[in-house]
Design a binder for this molecule. Structure first.
Ligand SMILES: NC(=O)c1ccc[n+]([C@@H]2O[C@H](COP(=O)([O-])OP(=O)(O)OC[C@H]3O[C@@H](n4cnc5c(N)ncnc54)[C@H](O)[C@@H]3O)[C@@H](O)[C@H]2O)c1
Length: 507
């Protein structure tokens, strides 16, 4: 019968084409959950981790032993570091790895800002070593853990894979971006590579058994483990950065995805890689729904029966107001979709920790993140500047567009003339539409335009006192539809501004 059915990346009844998968960072949070799904879908897993951010012991990885307990299957584990290239080479000599799922990376945004070289070395050089060893062993199949952080502050929501990348606000995100760029170059240069880069949104939750979860050893600010620590009394309050965002309750909005849904996305990606040569493909893995920090905390309190005291701090520099995925490409091309609710992302904590946990308040611990958020009051006091743009505003600029036809309509109305139009074919090089985002001038210069399109046009009548007979010709080659300057730089840096009105130009 072959393939019996397909749901969320699992091809039931079919043997996976890749037998042995190397999972780097396999003892970590997402890695360990993904190994569960890989084993359950019939793959053999060789996992490595250097225990940079997870507990290890003499027998290997406690998390992966729990994975073996959950699945009843064996994981081959090595304590290994991607920066130790000979060690990775030996591993490939020993196992015929057919595909790599590459999770291993450092991921703490605050730490990455304080120690950029550590991050570039670990994440970028680690990836380079891995790719070179893979190539030398003729292994060209790769699933890479990327992140929605590569998109930076979204220009539009929801975010599709087409959204520009690169305007990133932190070093960690830049390592992901640089690796994606590297993978692009690689897949162009050598078509044997077959790579899927998965841009995760915000993974939370744990395996329903409660046996594995998110348990980092480095100082962290990730919302979920932080919230769990507060519930357990290990931290006194949940620090929320920013409650004055332009979102329904003022807190940042993210696309939280259950880690088991994320895991099944990897199995789906492997299915696609094993059946097709894709070169390099990128997919968003998210639910497509935005949930605010406050909403998430409310659900957590409801499902766990605990109370999470919140402490609001100023927004952190580089933090993003709202971000959620358009995950439709993964749905259509990977046959993958999320199935778990926010409640399911959180209720495992109840089972793991028990309800009504007595809270124990301790002094706040200073972490590297203390130096990470902005006190923007100086900019407010001295520059008169404060952020003003809402998510809604990101998409409303289109309403400020004025078409030629609209302009003619207004002109006819204010001058009482009729302008007969004759449409010709578009001219080569003409630009469809062009208008400024003048919000920087608004926020930083306190400047905004005040005159309407009507005011731009009615001067002609007043100045000339005449109904000017117009004669329309076809557009000329190279004429531009619309063009106007953002002259705010000249204003700020040269102290220059125009002083003459359209009226004065016509007199
Ligand atoms: N958790 C998130 O919110 C999130 C979001 C987007 C992308 N990602 C990416 O997903 C991947 C997994 O993230 P996670 O949340 O499971 O983090 P994690 O820290 O739990 O797992 C990463 C694992 O990699 C290991 N590691 C790091 N450097 C290594 C090296 N040089 N050699 C061997 N092992 C090394 C760490 O010890 C850790 O166990 C990472 O690449 C991360 O950047 C995570």
């Amino acid at each position: 019968m072959g393939i019996h059915g397909r749901s969320n990346g699992h091809i039931e009844g079919a043997m996976p084409r890749f037998k042995t998968i190397l999972v780097t960072g396999g003892a970590g949070y997402i890695g360990s959950h993904c190994v569960v799904d890989l084993l359950q879908s019939g793959h053999e897993v060789v996992a490595i981790d250097n225990f940079a951010n997870v507990v290890g012991d003499d027998d290997g990885s406690p998390a992966l032993r729990k994975v073996e307990e959950i699945t009843g299957k064996k994981v081959t584990f090595y304590r290994a570091d991607l920066l130790d290239k000979p060690q990775i080479n030996d591993l490939f000599d020993k196992h015929s790895v057919e595909c790599v799922v590459h999770f291993a990376a450092l991921k703490a945004v605050g730490e990455s800002m304080a120690q950029p070289l550590l991050y570039y070395q670990n994440n970028v050089l680690g990836m380079l070593n891995l790719l070179e060893v893979m190539r030398s062993h003729s292994c060209f199949q790769l699933v890479f853990s990327s992140s929605c952080t590569v998109y930076g502050e979204p220009e539009r929501l929801p975010i599709t894979e087409e959204h520009p990348t690169g305007k990133i606000t932190n070093v960690y995100g830049r390592t992901k971006y640089f690796i994606e760029e590297m993978l692009k170059d690689l897949s162009v240069a050598d078509e044997r590579w077959n790579i899927i880069s998965l841009r995760y949104f915000n993974p939370v939750g744990a395996h329903p058994s409660g046996l594995i979860g998110e348990d980092p050893t480095k100082e962290f600010t990730n919302l979920m483990p932080f919230m769990a620590q507060v519930a357990l009394g290990k931290k006194p309050v949940l620090t929320v950065f920013g409650n004055d965002y332009n979102t329904p309750d003022g807190t940042g909005v993210r696309d939280y995805i259950h880690v088991m849904d994320l895991a099944s996305g990897h199995v789906a990606a492997l299915n696609l890689l094993s059946a097709n040569h894709v070169g390099l493909k990128v997919y968003n893995l998210g639910t497509g729904k935005g949930v605010s920090v406050k909403q998430l905390v409310d659900v957590f309190e409801r499902v766990t029966g605990t109370r999470i005291p919140l402490q609001y701090e100023a927004r952190r520099l580089g933090d993003i107001t709202a971000m959620w995925a358009d995950a439709s490409l993964a749905r259509t091309e990977l046959g993958w979709t999320t199935t778990r609710s926010v409640e399911e992302m959180l209720d495992v904590f109840e089972r793991v920790t028990g309800t009504r946990i007595p809270l124990q308040y301790e002094a706040r611990r200073l972490g590297d993140i203390t130096a990470m958020w902005a006190d923007a009051s100086l900019a407010r006091a001295e520059l008169g500047w404060s952020t003003t743009r809402s998510v809604e505003e990101m998409s409303v600029l289109v309403t400020q567009l004025v078409s030629v036809k609209q302009l003619v309509d207004v002109f006819e109305r204010v001058t009482g003339t009729r302008i007969p139009l004759q449409y010709e074919a578009r001219r080569l090089g003409d630009i469809t539409a062009m208008w400024a985002d003048a919000s920087l001038a608004r926020t930083e210069l306190g400047w905004t335009t005040t005159r309407s399109v009507e005011e731009m046009l009615d001067v002609f009548e007043r100045v000339t006192g005449a109904r000017i007979p117009l004669q329309y010709e076809a557009r000329r080659l190279g004429d531009i539809t619309a063009m106007w300057a953002d002259a705010s730089l000249a204003r700020i840096e040269l102290g220059w501004t125009t002083t003459r009105s359209v009226e004065e130009m016509c007199q």
